[in-house]
Design a protein around this ligand. Structure first.
Ligand SMILES: *Cc1c(COP(=O)(O)O)cnc(C)c1O
Length: 356
């Protein structure tokens, strides 16, 4: 099986497992795990923030960020396709009692003008927007990278209106490798930043939330509230430290493999690849095969390729550490043989908003 379901499917490499086994550990809940403390310092340095906190998942990091920056009944401005809004089981409502103010961005990226539409004058009957959240790279937007200047523009408008800013940088390092912009430059625009270790970085689990010492101090309490405090988490933090050293630059290979995959899929007349391919994700509209995304994916799966189904006629393939250039060539051949069995239909579900 060539598993292009997500970059979450990576298994820790044998060298990563080795550093995990050998990690120095203590009781994390008492702030006595030396490897966790080292990871937190390392991430704070990387993002040029005062502090960071190790958490079980990026979902928890985002939930804690929402709690840190808002009061119940306030509004968060974010892209309509944001992970925070669509893939965290309503966490922003459940944990922070927030009202979402979704923006129809372009591949997840929006403009100051779109933010301004939600910055209505103060009123005692409208939910008050107090948080702006951006996603870098934007997952459902196609692995898209926000240009630094566009992020700067939306964040500076938000600040002028006293909003707090949070970056869901689950795949921030993919953006860093794709753009050449240092991570701290993106992070400087935001009060808090989530970084996931279990995506392209290849760790078995874990994420980090970075911000000011004051914010992370409060996050420490919220981590306990959420049941996210751990014990000998140094074994997991060691994987994070290893990944930051060995698995960042190689993300460029994943990006090259995604382009290779997209080029291959684009030669098949039933498939509409969503360009451009900026990082490690390839989204494809499949309506012209006459099949739904679920049907096509079931057939691909029995032929040996796994992907995901983000929309009725939309499929997603993600490249990662455990997928080689050769695997991509094989995946293209498998998709070609499956798609080739079906006559081409007129455009159905072609790259439309509803398809997402
Ligand atoms: C995967 C993902 C998350 C959540 O990460 P987990 O560590 O799996 O909870 C958050 N944001 C984005 C953009 C993601 O892709």
């Amino acid at each position: 099986m060539i598993d292009l379901y997500s970059d979450t499917v990576t298994r820790p490499t044998s060298r990563m497992r080795q550093v995990m086994v050998e990690a120095e550990v203590g009781d994390e809940q008492r702030d006595e795990d030396p490897t966790t403390l080292a990871l937190q310092r390392r991430i704070a340095e990387l993002l040029a923030k005062e502090a960071s906190i190790f958490l079980p998942s990026a979902t928890m990091a985002n939930a804690i960020a929402c709690r840190l920056h808002t009061q119940p009944g306030e509004a968060v401005i974010l892209d309509g396709l944001a992970h925070l809004l669509n893939y965290e089981a309503g966490g922003l409502a459940v944990h922070a009692h927030l009202v979402p103010r979704p923006v129809a961005g372009e591949q997840g990226r929006f403009t100051p003008e779109q933010v301004a539409e939600h910055l209505t004058p103060p009123s005692h009957f409208r939910p008050r927007p107090t948080l702006l959240a951006c996603e870098q790279t934007h997952n459902t937007g196609g692995g898209a990278v926000w240009p630094l200047e566009q992020l700067r523009a939306v964040c500076s408008l938000a600040r002028q209106h006293s909003l707090r800013t949070h970056l869901d940088g689950a795949r921030l390092m993919n953006a860093v490798v794709a753009s050449g912009v240092p991570p701290a430059e993106y992070a400087a625009l935001f009060d808090t930043v989530t970084l996931c270790l279990s995506k392209g970085l290849g760790c078995p689990m874990g994420a980090v939330l970075a911000g000011s010492a004051e914010a992370i101090g409060r996050a420490r309490t919220l981590k306990q509230v959420f049941g996210g405090s751990m014990r000998q988490s140094g074994m997991l933090a060691a994987a994070g430290l290893y990944a930051l050293q060995h698995h960042v630059e190689r993300l460029a290979e994943d990006h090259a493999n995604a382009r290779r995959l997209a080029d291959g899929l684009a030669t098949m007349s039933g498939l509409d690849v969503e360009w451009p391919i900026e990082t490690n994700m390839v989204f494809v509209t499949v309506g012209r095969t006459g099949l739904t995304a679920v049907d096509l994916m079931a057939r691909l799966r029995s032929a040996g390729v796994r992907g995901s189904v983000p929309g009725p006629y939309r499929v997603r393939f993600v490249t990662h550490l455990d997928v080689s250039a050769g695997d991509v060539e094989r995946a293209v051949a498998i998709v070609r043989s499956v798609v080739g069995e079906f006559p081409i239909h007129p455009s159905r579900g072609a790259a439309s908003a509803a398809n997402r």
